[in-house]
Write a protein that binds this ligand. Structure first.
Ligand SMILES: *Cc1c(COP(=O)(O)O)cnc(C)c1O
Length: 355
């Protein structure tokens, strides 16, 4: 830290992204990326868009919002696009939290929420999950704050139904409820159809997980046009050109061929069921995940041990240095080939550890 840094930020604990190895690793299953490369239409659209890089991009993302509006059956003024969905999340913390409205979120969830709360200078209240790692909607009734829920939750993969989200919305008419649907396309009901009915709902989605574009940084929020207008005020006050030309072109091309993304998601879901079956046969315990990752523990091998041993063998999964998560790991569902490598190495580690 330099001696010039504002005291506001002296105690900031930044978010720690999962490791992005500098060299190619065999089996990267730690940050929930898609195992599928971007589709050829996306690559083509990006090259074409690159021909006009001397010009600023459209700060309204008009064409992109039109395509998103069509796919989700909402109006274009009910959509904001952002540089990754993390940016819309940040705008939501800025817009809807203050001293009278703390952020409210599950105790175990996306690690970025407390960081956004800290940098925004607001307090937050964490609500414990139930024993089985699920969220009880009743715990969020009259929350007296702005609610942030990842659905399915991360890193547990456990979903809420649309009816349960609606229950939370009904019991919080004066609080904004933000539903972070980063992993919704792997088998969870989306809350987007509730946007027309509830003016306190903001749904956030991303191209990073289900659309093979984590490297492009593109996300979007869907909410009432008043909510979108609040968020746009913040966007235009920080970075109006937050989406570059390449991302706009890629986003349009990807959604115009969304059936390809959907098929990829189905493949990932099948591979998830396969991986779950195999790991359970090895004695692993896990939540019923509807995400492109699973949250696992083994009764005989500590999570940190498994993590380090797999790493030595070229397989990277996600582990957290937190006492309450010492037994757990999150494993991204990659291709069937990647999962077979994981399973082979896991078998070896279990053999070693049981000696
Ligand atoms: C990955 C992730 C995001 C953000 O992804 P972007 O790449 O910024 O779009 C948001 N929420 C959760 C829960 C995530 O796991």
């Amino acid at each position: 830290m330099s001696r010039f840094l504002s005291s506001k930020f002296a105690a900031l604990e930044p978010y720690t992204p999962g490791e992005q190895p500098k060299t190619q690793v065999l089996t990267k299953l730690n940050t929930n990326e898609s195992p599928f490369p971007p589709m050829p239409e996306v690559i083509e659209a990006v090259s074409k868009a690159a021909e006009l890089l001397q010009l600023y991009p459209d700060p309204d993302c008009t064409e992109l919002r039109k395509v998103i509006a069509r796919v989700y059956d909402v109006d274009t003024d009910e959509i904001i696009c952002s540089n990754g969905s993390d940016e819309t999340l940040y705008f939501a913390f800025m817009a809807y939290c203050d001293s009278g409205k703390p952020a409210v979120f599950p105790q175990l969830t996306y690690g970025f929420y407390p960081v956004f709360a800290d940098i925004t200078g607001i307090s937050f209240r964490e609500i414990p999950l139930k024993e089985d790692f699920s969220i009880d909607p009743a715990d969020y009734y009259d929350a007296e704050g702005t609610i942030f829920i990842a659905n399915p939750n991360a890193p547990t993969g456990v979903p809420l139904s649309r009816a349960q989200i609606e229950d939370i919305l009904k019991h919080n008419p004066d609080n904004v409820v933000v539903i972070d649907e980063a992993y919704v396309d792997f088998g969870t009901e989306s809350a987007v159809p509730l946007v027309k009915k509830y003016d306190n709902l903001l749904v956030i989605q991303t191209y990073s997980k289900a659309r093979s574009m984590a490297g492009m940084r593109l996300g979007y929020g869907i909410g009432s046009k008043e909510i979108i207008s609040d968020l746009n005020a913040l966007r235009f006050s920080t970075n109006p050109y937050n989406i570059d030309r390449l991302a706009i072109a890629a986003g349009i091309a990807s959604l115009e061929n969304d059936e390809v993304n959907k098929a990829h998601c189905r493949t990932v879901m099948e591979t998830r069921e396969y991986t779950v079956r195999e790991l359970k046969a090895f004695g692993f315990e896990m939540t019923d995940s509807t995400a492109n990752f699973i949250f696992v523990r083994h009764p005989e091998v500590r999570g940190d041990v498994l993590f380090h041993k797999l790493r030595e063998r070229g397989v990277i999964i996600r582990h957290w240095d937190k006492p309450e998560l010492i037994d757990y790991n999150r494993i991204t569902i990659g291709s069937k080939e990647q999962m077979d490598i994981l399973l082979k190495e896991v078998r070896e580690v279990l053999k070693e550890e049981s000696k």
